[in-house]
Design a protein around this ligand. Structure first.
Ligand code: NDP
Length: 453
């Protein structure tokens, strides 16, 4: 059996060795999940809700422990990791109310009564990336359990620690065996088996567009239900009539949060040409002020990248002759550090402008007018997120409607709020997570006609 040693990205020291799950163990877990689903789907709505609330409380009681695990295993600043553990609690609590509200319809028809039921799909395979191990796990897990599905989750090979602990907390909270299992291992082994196994009725995948395409092809063989959350290259559009001070002060956090390893990163800043110089003057101290350092220290805003290989990948977008406008700081010594980096000017066909870098590198490009801004924002195969800064309400609405992306914020950079739907346009994804309708994505609608004759 092979294994993986989790490395602390801030120190390069080993944290824990985790054994890989084999194909045979994956099959056994899927079969356990299928057996557990036969009774989980029949747990009464109020009892299912109560168990999810207990699970949320258990996560809450262990949030400091979960945050410390994420800081050690993924390099997330402890403040961010604490928020992430809180997000798991909140998402579980939000969907704990769903079983009691999973209503169908009564549809007027001649000759009888017609009603619809939302039937749970069955076993759900959840494939989670390394960038936000806790929140992304919870976004699929909580609505799936609420719908009456059971879940087999595969965390990313590099970041399995919090998922493993959350599965233990589920059992401690009283969830029956087999309802939620975590299988650490490789995507090409465990992930692939979840896609191929006929008893897995739905895949929820977050990760790269390339792997998402392979998974979509695999799911087609079984007409398997699928939700995809993929990459992004989102625009932060700043108009001349905006609060430029606030736009510049907040822009670094919209892209350097989680060291830029965020599918919603606003990694292209588009600025109306008439205020470009002023914006750049204000952006420089904001970038240099980002607190980069020991993720275990309170007050740290940005930690290291996830691995040496990923740092090399990010650095490849900033070759020796790159136009670096200015940079923030990063510690010397061990750790996969990379400083916040602003590139300007940058050509429209430069890889740094077109590719998802997934690191703390942002480009700044001027635009001429509103139509130009919309065209530039849309000139990408992605469409996940974005921000619009303007003092003109009409323009905010026009541009929000014009930008082809799933999640936009005006005069702010909020993106993922568990109360609202989240997902991508174009090659950024398929389907939506979160929000009031997420549970529906884990059910099939059954229509029943009862004759009154
Ligand atoms: P991947 O898409 O390779 O990984 C995401 C998840 O899919 C991991 O759990 C991975 O497992 C699993 N996986 C990999 N191959 C398969 C497969 N054939 N079948 C089923 N599951 C599989 O992302 P990377 O980690 O390689 O990151 C590469 C790039 O993707 C990033 O630089 C970024 O641009 C983008 N990305 C976007 C994310 C987002 O949130 N939208 C998240 C992560 C990455 P394992 O890691 O164990 O092999």
């Amino acid at each position: 059996m092979t294994s993986y040693t989790v490395i602390n990205p801030a120190t390069e020291q080993p944290v824990r060795q985790i054994e890989h799950t084999t194909v045979e163990q994956t099959d056994a877990a899927i079969e356990r999940a299928a057996r557990a689903e036969e009774s989980w789907r029949n747990v009464g709505p109020s009892d299912r809700g109560r168990l999810l609330r207990r699970f949320a409380e258990q996560v809450d009681a262990h949030s400091a422990e979960l945050a410390a695990l994420e800081t050690a295993g993924s390099g997330h600043p402890v403040g961010a990791a604490t928020w992430e553990a809180g997000q798991v609690r909140d998402v579980l609590m939000y969907y704990a109310a769903a079983p009691e509200r999973l209503t169908g319809k009564q549809i007027p028809v001649p000759g009888g009564l017609d009603v619809t039921f939302h039937e749970p799909l069955g076993v759900v395979g959840l494939i989670v990336p390394w960038n936000f191990p806790m929140p992304i796990l919870s976004w699929g897990l909580a609505p799936a359990l609420a719908a009456g599905c059971t879940v087999v989750a595969k965390p990313a090979e590099m970041t399995p620690l919090t998922a493993i602990r959350i599965a233990e907390l589920a059992l401690e909270a009283g969830l029956p065996e087999g309802v939620f299992q975590v299988l650490p291992g490789k995507g090409s082994v465990v992930g692939q088996r979840l896609v191929d196994h006929p008893l897995v009725r739905k895949i929820v995948f977050t990760g790269s567009t390339e792997v998402g395409q392979q998974i979509m092809t695999g799911c087609a063989r079984h007409i398997k239900r699928l939700t995809l959350e993929l990459g992004g290259k989102s625009a932060n559009i700043v108009f001349a009539d905006a609060d430029i001070e606030k736009a510049a002060a907040t822009a670094p956090y919209a892209v350097f949060d989680n060291a830029g390893q965020d599918c919603c990163a606003r990694s292209r800043i588009l600025v109306e040409a008439s205020v470009l110089d002023k914006f750049m003057e204000l952006l420089e101290p904001a970038v240099k002020g980002v607190q980069v350092g020991d993720p275990a220290a309170a007050g740290t805003e940005m930690g290291p990248l996830i691995s040496a290989a990923h740092r090399a990948h990010v650095a490849s977008y900033v070759p020796g002759d790159a136009q670096v406008a200015f940079r923030g700081t990063a510690p010397d010594g061990p750790g996969f550090w990379y400083p916040p980096t602003v590139l300007a000017p940058v050509a429209a066909d430069a890889p740094a402008y077109t590719d998802e870098i997934f690191g703390p590198v942002v480009t700044v490009t001027p635009f001429a007018d509103e139509a130009d801004a919309i065209a530039m924002a849309n000139d990408t195969p992605y469409g996940l997120s974005g921000s619009i800064w303007t003092g003109n309400v009409g323009r905010a609405i026009r541009v929000a409607r014009g930008v082809e992306t799933g999640n936009l914020s005006v005069n702010s950079h909020s993106s993922v709020r568990y109360w609202t739907p989240f997902g991508g346009f174009k090659q950024s994804g398929l389907g939506r997570e979160l929000g009031p309708d997420a549970v529906d994505a884990f059910t099939d609608v059954k229509n029943v006609f009862i004759s009154t004759d």
